[in-house]
Design a binder for this molecule. Structure first.
Ligand SMILES: C[S@@+](CC[C@H](N)C(=O)[O-])C[C@H]1O[C@@H](n2cnc3c(N)ncnc32)[C@H](O)[C@@H]1O
Length: 255
């Protein structure tokens, strides 16, 4: 895409490179967790779902398996190629395109919009949410799933510095309160919040990133602190486990 905004270009290039490992990552491809996200969304049968930053189609596939219709968009051509391949068996119920989730203008044409693990890559999370609000019909749902960080500012800063050292496209993980506020600011009602906790292996996580600092340096920094939603612990085998937290949020667009 020739005229792409430089920030979008960076994201597209980063995720073209990460796509293969991302699609195979245990945490991201966990079918039970994906089914819990679909259940959390609680959509009516046959809903038309917009998947913002669809990646390799893992989220889209879960909604398609539940009987919904999915249109996904992603900046990364490689992610879109994988999403099409993964969801080909659903025929016309599954469509994917390359582009920015902020650029679509088909107002009110979806019953729901979902984004998983995208908000922390955006420099303007509210604009990202508002673009989805536009696309959803009144009484439609917005579903967001993303990393969380500590409500305490210094701990959140430490966490986000490590995320950015490991992935050049990381913008900012938000604390739970800010995620809730984001949906409220986007004008949504009846907001629900739930958490999913998991353990992440530092090596596996770092090795599928696009780092800007050497791994040894990031490892030392990681062992120097702790945050809610990003708590490292050194294992007897010398590896590091990170206790992480994803939040799931759902809000309803007013009439
Ligand atoms: C961490 S991946 C998550 C993929 C997928 N949602 C999942 O959870 O399996 C983030 C994806 O968001 C895409 N992305 C980030 N900002 C975007 C935007 N403004 N429009 C479209 N895609 C975007 C990236 O290209 C990347 O593929």
């Amino acid at each position: 895409m020739g005229g792409m905004d430089p920030k979008d270009r960076l994201l597209a290039d980063t995720f073209d490179g990460q796509a293969e490992k991302f699609e195979r990552a245990l945490l991201q491809s966990d079918a039970a967790a994906l089914a819990r996200l679909v259940a959390f969304a609680g959509l009516s049968a046959g809903s038309k779902v917009f998947d913002a930053g669809c990646g390799p189609g893992l989220v889209g596939e879960a909604f398609l398996e539940a009987g919904h219709v999915v249109h996904g968009i992603d900046l990364s051509a490689e992610m879109v190629r994988r999403a099409r391949e993964r969801c080909a068996r659903f025929g016309e119920r599954a469509t994917f395109e390359q582009g920015s989730a902020l650029d679509l203008t088909t107002a009110g044409s979806f019953d729901a919009a979902v984004s998983r693990l995208v908000v922390h890559h955006t420099t303007d999370p509210l604009a990202f949410m508002m673009a989805q609000v536009q696309l959803v019909r009144p009484q439609g749902a917005l579903v967001l799933c993303d990393h969380t960080t500590d409500p305490e500012r210094a701990r959140a800063r430490w966490h986000n510095e490590i995320e950015r050292a490991r992935d050049r496209s990381h913008a900012r993980s938000l604390p739970p309160g800010e995620l809730l506020e984001l949906l409220a600011r986007a004008g949504l009602e009846s907001i629900r919040y739930a958490e999913e906790w998991h353990d992440l292996d530092f090596d596996e996580w770092f090795d599928r990133g696009t780092p800007v600092l050497p791994k040894a340096e990031v490892r030392v920094k990681l062992l120097s602190g702790s945050a809610r939603g990003f708590t490292p612990s050194l294992r007897p085998d010398g590896g590091i486990s990170i206790r992480g937290c994803w939040a799931m949020l759902c809000g309803v667009k007013p009439r």
